[in-house]
Design a protein around this ligand. Structure first.
Ligand SMILES: Nc1nc2c(ncn2[C@@H]2O[C@H](COP(=O)(O)OP(=O)(O)OP(=O)(O)O)[C@@H](O)[C@H]2O)c(=O)[nH]1
Ligand SMILES: [Mg+2]
Ligand SMILES: [Zn+2]
Length: 351
């Protein structure tokens, strides 16, 4: 596939990036946007067109490079020199014990959190995605697909709107172009959006409509469990005819989060507001006297599920952050020991 050339502005360049580059940077290289991350290197687009550039090991290791990133590409060398500071970064906690953050997509303007008007609809999972978006610094928009398959799409929309104050929720038939045009307001020129959600909910179907081509594979859904097979395997960014940028992602089976307290609190703003009305400032909302949160659960104003999911996400985030801190501390101590050992060795050799 060949790309036409794009100006930096069309690629989503923002004035704030220019401030991150020094004259020395411009002498060394030029900015390019990462369209895809491959094991062998990066596919980038710049005002010079599409190119494959090498990704030095050190750069890949230090925080990684994500689709949507801006990199400085060395003049005449086709090699990425560094990643420019991100405006937003969507990341997940890696599977396995080490709680490392895996970058998913960078410099997003909106995150379409996709679920369907069927068994896939799960408020706790959606809250998890909303927290992920806020933590990434991205505006979440909930898109509920398969509105054509049932009559109760409005019920799903109403339920989703309860999940965060001011949340935009759209019900669509992803197979219908006119219905998909509801996403238009978030797809203005130079804006970058990504789709996340479980496998089979229609992320690629939506992305294909927007980019005007079947560039991502889609798969038929299995009727039995309302889940599709995993069909999207790579993360790539594609332009829409209107000048926006779209990133499709593979369905995530497990999404662990490590979200900041403030970001989590923004999703669960209603609970935090109730908590200010508890009799005691240090109320744990666990049988404490005069607890406004538990009173709200008792009289049906607050969903017990929502309260328990808030607690779960708080615990999970605290745990992941503690684990990251410990690792950081460990590697700091380790480096100190190594540095000391090398110094001793050098001194010995010097004598
Ligand atoms: N009727 C109907 N079918 C849909 C809708 N959205 C998606 N589908 C179908 O659901 C199946 C799965 O869609 P995909 O777009 O591949 O799902 P995905 O989210 O990209 O899945 P992964 O790539 O596995 O994460 C396809 O057969 C689509 O045609 C919708 O709104 N209505
Ligand atoms: Mg897909
Ligand atoms: Zn309380």
């Amino acid at each position: 596939m060949s790309f036409q050339t794009f100006s930096l502005h069309q690629l989503g360049w923002q004035a704030e990036y220019a401030r991150l580059l020094t004259l020395a940077d411009f002498d060394a290289g030029y900015p390019a946007r990462v369209m895809a991350v491959h094991r062998s290197g990066l596919a980038v687009l710049s005002s010079r067109g599409a190119m494959a550039v090498a990704l030095p090991h050190a750069l890949a290791e230090s925080g990684g490079v994500a689709v949507g990133d801006w990199v400085l590409v060395e003049h005449e060398a086709d090699r990425a020199l560094r990643v420019l500071d991100r405006r937003s970064l969507l990341s997940r906690v890696a599977a396995g014990g080490d709680h490392r953050r895996q970058p998913i997509a960078a410099n997003l303007d909106a995150l379409f959190v996709v679920s369907s008007c069927n068994d896939d609809f799960n408020p706790s999972r959606l809250e998890r995605y909303l927290a992920l978006a806020l933590d990434a610094g991205v505006l979440p928009v909930v898109v509920l697909t398969k509105a054509d398959l049932g009559e109760d799409a409005a019920d799903y929309v109403a339920a989703a709107e309860q999940l965060m104050p001011g949340l935009s929720v759209l019900a669509v038939n992803a197979l219908d172009e006119a219905s998909v045009s509801q996403l238009g307001p978030w797809l203005t020129p130079g804006k970058t959006v990504a789709f996340v959600g479980s496998s089979g909910v229609g992320k690629s179907t939506l992305a294909n409509h927007l980019t005007g081509a079947a560039m991502q594979r889609t798969a038929g859904i299995r009727e039995d469990d309302a889940r599709g097979r995993h069909t999207t395997t790579a993360r790539e960014m594609f332009p829409t005819p209107g000048g926006a940028w779209v990133i499709d992602t593979p369905g995530m089976r497990e999404l662990r989060v490590a979200v900041g307290e403030a970001e989590l609190g923004a999703v669960f703003d209603d609970i935090d507001a109730l908590a200010t009305q508890c009799r005691f400032g240090d109320c744990r909302h666990e049988g404490d006297a005069g607890c406004a949160v538990e009173a709200a659960v008792a009289d049906g104003a607050l969903d017990a599920r929502r309260l328990s999911n808030y607690r779960k996400l708080q615990r999970e985030s605290a745990h992941a952050q503690r684990s990251l801190r410990e690792q950081h501390e460990h590697s700091r101590q380790f480096n100190a020991v190594v540095t000391q050992a090398m110094r001793v060795k050098k001194e010995k050799l010097g004598r």
